[in-house]
Design a protein around this ligand. Structure first.
Ligand SMILES: Cc1cc2nc3c(=O)[nH]c(=O)nc-3n(C[C@H](O)[C@H](O)[C@H](O)COP(=O)(O)OP(=O)(O)OC[C@H]3O[C@@H](n4cnc5c(N)ncnc54)[C@H](O)[C@@H]3O)c2cc1C
Length: 469
């Protein structure tokens, strides 16, 4: 029997195949999951067009071969890992910005366009694409749609879902479906687009996206407020939100995160700094100036140890430095860094931070927390200097993560605010969702992919129902 790599090479051309023995094939068996995992695919296909994507899905369906869609491989929960081997279908070459239209306020793009490049193309045309995952310099817009990626600006502007108006999707078997719209509003028929967004490459392969753009905000200011502890920082955040301040970005970081960035940051953190709140205001000049004054004043009144305010772009970038340095600093100093992205109701952030401290004390695991306070979406980083491949270390970290999940759910939160479920959180799904809810999702998946060949084994754990039930 001819193997799948040979068939795809013959049908699509050798220049699109990364086949067995190719030095780059290994790259398609990994992503940015916390515990480095490697699942070798039989081959990877780098498609240039929708027709080629459809051809791969047709050929593989005819031969019962599993396909794993892949964007830039920046996912943190193993969604793009080819756990059952087969073919990795990469959209990395589909990088065309097809249209930027300032009258309709939309862009039409191919899925491999890097998110930061889309944002820059929109900005060059005087518009604004708000979703800004911290990985925007490397992740793809197709991957963002597949994971419904969030980002720093989600508090004011929402997540990727809010910006995807229309999609072209290639389905397992080779059918190509165009759904959605390019209008600002539209309620015609069921919302298929909403179903594909966040389906983590298990429903179909996104081959084109129509995204909504906004007019560019005129002014922006940044405030960095330092507090003695997370309780004081949380109280300040609640007060500001109650008073109607609507920042574009509202971030929090705890003492452990500060201690990691302290040696690298140009800003000299006060000795007793126990939490920082970073606030970015944007909009028209007058509103931004008024709110900036209000925010600065409230932070002072509510006990901030230090408050820095900047409107000049270079000064704003300097204030952002501390926040940007956290993740790389945690990674540089720890061989194992497990970043869970739980989300709790906004009013429960301080309670969640206290519970995370308890998990750290009970398990002896160092935990640093930072994240999107405006959304209740916290990046809980479990840290250790042990080898990430060491089974005991892995077990300890997973136990700590499970305790964090249990507290999250007790506070009526959710397992993932933005990274998705993929492989690494799949087995925790029953902690949050009932078997009934998961079973309806399995039926939904089977509607698009009855033979379960597209990215199998992701998002949903196998059914616990017996055949007779
Ligand atoms: C340093 C760092 C910071 C990050 N910050 C954030 C953040 O702030 N917010 C956030 O949400 N995420 C963040 N992430 C996670 C990651 O960048 C996002 O999940 C991103 O959306 C993944 O895009 P990708 O192109 O890399 O997708 P991949 O990792 O290649 O794939 C992710 C999932 O999408 C599917 N997929 C990819 N392309 C397609 C397609 N065209 N059609 C169908 N399915 C597809 C894959 O099968 C997989 O299930 C971060 C990651 C890193 C490493």
């Amino acid at each position: 029997m001819t193997d799948i790599a040979t068939i795809l090479e013959r049908e699509l051309g050798a220049e699109r195949l990364v086949g067995p023995g190719h030095e780059k094939l290994e790259d398609y068996g990994r992503d940015e999951s916390p515990f480095p995992a490697y699942y070798p695919p039989d081959c990877a296909v780098l498609c240039d067009t929708t027709e080629q994507v459809a051809a791969v899905l047709r050929i593989c369906a005819e031969r019962n071969v599993v396909v794993t869609p892949r964007g830039a491989g920046s996912g943190m929960c193993g969604g793009a890992l080819p756990i059952a081997g087969g073919v990795v279908l990469s959209t990395e070459r589909m990088k065309r910005v097809i249209e930027i239209n300032s009258d309709d306020l939309i862009a039409v793009v191919e899925p491999g366009v890097v998110t930061g490049d889309l944002a820059e193309a929109a900005e060059a045309a005087g518009m604004f694409y708000p979703p800004d995952p911290a990985s925007l310099a490397s992740c793809s817009i197709g991957g963002n749609a597949a994971t419904n990626a969030g980002g720093l600006r989600a508090f004011k502007y929402g997540v990727t879902r809010e910006y995807i108006l229309g999609l072209e999707v290639a389905l397992m078997g080779g059918e190509v479906l165009r759904c959605g719209r390019r209008t600002a509003k539209g309620v015609t028929g069921y919302d298929l687009v909403a179903g594909f967004v966040g389906s983590e490459g298990t429903f179909g392969v996104i081959t084109e996206l129509t995204v909504k753009l906004l007019p560019k905000p005129i002014a922006a200011s940044t405030v960095l407020a330092v507090f003695a502890d997370a309780v004081a920082a949380g109280a300040c955040i609640s007060t500001l939100l109650r008073e109607g301040v609507r920042p574009a970005i509202l971030e929090i970081a705890d003492r452990a995160s500060i201690n990691y960035v302290r040696p690298k940051s140009r800003y000299r953190f006060p000795e007793n700094a126990g939490a920082i709140v970073l606030i970015e205001l944007d909009g028209d000049g007058e509103t931004v100036a008024r709110q900036m004054e209000q925010v600065g004043m409230r932070c002072d009144e509510l006990g901030a140890i230090d408050v820095l305010i900047a409107s000049d772009p270079a000064e704003r970038r300097a204030l952002w430095e501390a926040r940007r340095l956290i993740s790389p600093a945690l990674k540089d100093h720890n061989r194992t860094k497990v970043n869970e992205d739980i989300c709790v109701p906004r009013g429960k952030i301080v309670e969640m931070l206290a519970r995370i401290d308890r998990v750290a004390a009970e398990t002896g695991i160092e935990i640093a927390v930072f994240g999107h306070a405006g959304d209740g979406n916290l990046h809980v980083n479990l840290l250790s200097n042990e080898d990430p491949h060491d089974p005991d270390n892995r077990q300890r970290m997973l136990m700590g993560a499970k305790m964090v999940f249990a507290h999250t759910l007790e506070l009526r939160g959710t397992l993932s605010g933005e990274h998705g479920i993929g492989l690494s959180k799949r087995d925790y799904m029953p902690m949050e969702q009932t078997e009934q809810v998961m079973e309806w999702q399995r039926r939904w998946k089977r509607m698009w992919d009855p033979a379960e060949l597209l990215n199998p084994g992701k998002v949903l754990p196998p059914s616990t129902k017996r055949c007779s039930e």
